[in-house]
Ligand binder design. Sequence first.
Ligand code: GLA
Ligand code: ZN
Length: 694
Amino acid sequence: MVTIYGAVHLCTAFRAMIMEGDRVIMSVKFKEMLYGGDYNPEQWPREIWQKDMELFNKAGINSATINVFSWAKIQPSEEMYDFSELDDIVDMLTREGKQIVLATSTAALPAWMVKRYPEVARTDYEGRRHKFGQRHNACPNSPVYRHFSRELAARLAERYGSNENVVCWHVNNEYGGECYCENCEKAFRVWLRKKYKTIEALNQAWNLAFWGHTIYDWDEIVLPNALSEGLEGDKTAFAGISIDYMRFNSDSILNNFKAERDAIRQYDKDTPVTTNLMGTFKGLDYFKWAKEMDIVSWDNYPSYDTPWSRTAMSHDLMRGLKDAPFMLMEQTPSQQNWQPYNSLKRPGQMRAQSYQTIAHGADTIQFFQLRRSVGGCEKFHGAVIEHAGSENTRVFREISQLGEELRKAGGTISGSRNKARVGIMFDWDNYWALEYTSGPNKDLMYVDQIFRFYEYFYNKNIAVDMIPVDADLGKYDLVAAPVLYMVKEGVAEALEEYVAAGGTLVTGVMSGIVDQSDNVHLGGYPGPLRKLAGIWAEEIDALAPEQSNEIVFKDGLRGQCNMLCDIIHLEGAKDIAQYGSDFYAGTPAVTENNFGKGCTCYVGTVLSEEALGRVLELMCDRAKITPVIEEETRLEVTKRVTDKEDLYFVINFKDEELPLPKVFGGKKNLLTGSVLTEGEMLKKYDVRIVCCPK
Ligand code: GLA
Ligand code: ZN
């Protein structure tokens, strides 16, 4: 039963508590699916604006994201604000009935500000104070920046917050980056004092007795960069310090977001506030951020060779941040400019990519950008309106077709939910800690390891939720926690409770090793997971890229493993597979352990895709995990559900034609209204949305 609380905000968008039982399932709903993107009329003469409106209408563009990089224009000096042009832009879009995503413009500093207050610019990892230039360039702990950005957000909200076409606030843009200036250093000390209370606690947490780094005064703390604890590459002499710095930096930037959000809220109580995130971006703890955002939005820029499964994982992660539908704030209609090779999206590819985004939980499709720039580094970046300035382009035609489809189908899809019985843990503390660690193998990358597990489920069309380490695990029949290197307080207990109650947990190598400060859980790996896994990993061997070991399953089947090999003693668990060679040949490599009513599978090495598939298949059988549809297919099949119907998104990302699964024969295609035929063929990038009433 779904109940909606909260007022409808002038019929266009509303922030509301939508409850399913006692769980908040969504906080934002748009009246129609937003279809638009970044629009920068301030970079163009006014004659162009009217032409833009005509073309937007032709393409079915119903929304525009404006004012993303206009700070210098709307505040030409410290003393002066000038909203006259923005007024005209807002008026024009309002007259045209467009929904406006209004950005606050604070992601690029105006030149006058850097000139008068050099402290607003960042100091980089090498300790160099930056001059005016580029964007995403503000020191998050500069009081001057904090003051001006708040003030601007407040003035914008006061002026435009009651406009009913303003359906969403877009604070800043793609927050990220680091600053190592003196203001940040002081703020870091304050942050640490709050966290650790005493110098002794700090010394202990960072294990500062190592290399005689013990400190006696808070003022002795310095930021960990190339001038202090930084080691070759991205490594650090004290991961504990560097991880705390990452947490601090994420919090500092989040404070910038919150300051602007709160300034907006003084004048506009209802319109949802977001900022555009970047998928698996390392710098910010997005689970923490999402708690402060009304709706998650993100920018999806796969490169020409990014597997579709990897993009799907990013979508699932973005949905997982709030366990709710999200906005696709940016994607390119065709080309990018900042990759090494910016290939065109092939015919049908943008449409397929858009439906994949929606299938995994998006309630909007927005582009960067609506009109291609005339100069600057993004002049080769694709847009709805290309340099030719006309509708006679392939890209424009494809956008118009999608616009028409979403106009018809968007209402049915918006607000529908994705459901999964498999959860994969993703955790920014672990991301930072694992990659800061010096040894045992430099090639072990966090997201890659998570993705190897995700990919198995993706290929089988098994729905996955990407979940935080403090998720409600009871919702899942199978939880995978690969490279759960850092086990923070409470996590082992929650996992034990989950497995004891009947859950299936898959974890493994480089798990349970350190606590929140990157100090080792003593007493044998995998530390607090040892009882749960029923094993002790005595040593961890590292294999160079040209090396590998063999895996021998109980039934004699052989596979391969590489990168890391735990040398394991069984302590109640039984082995599923053993190593085939080296001095630890014949010892356990993969194990399973009954614990309470459930089971923990420990994968003690980095298995080849095939071998990992075998292990995960066993665990899926055990946990009775089923794919979205029973029939095996190489199509991507995803499901979103409403109260009334199940919506299956069927997409062909393969180079060959593939038949529609039989089960969809005779059902309605939401995109055309027509009835689907059993066995009809889908070409590459073909899409069907199958509507099955409940
Ligand atoms: C990012 C930014 C945009 C634009 C695009 C180009 O996502 O948010 O302003 O630079 O990249 O791909
Ligand atoms: Zn700074």
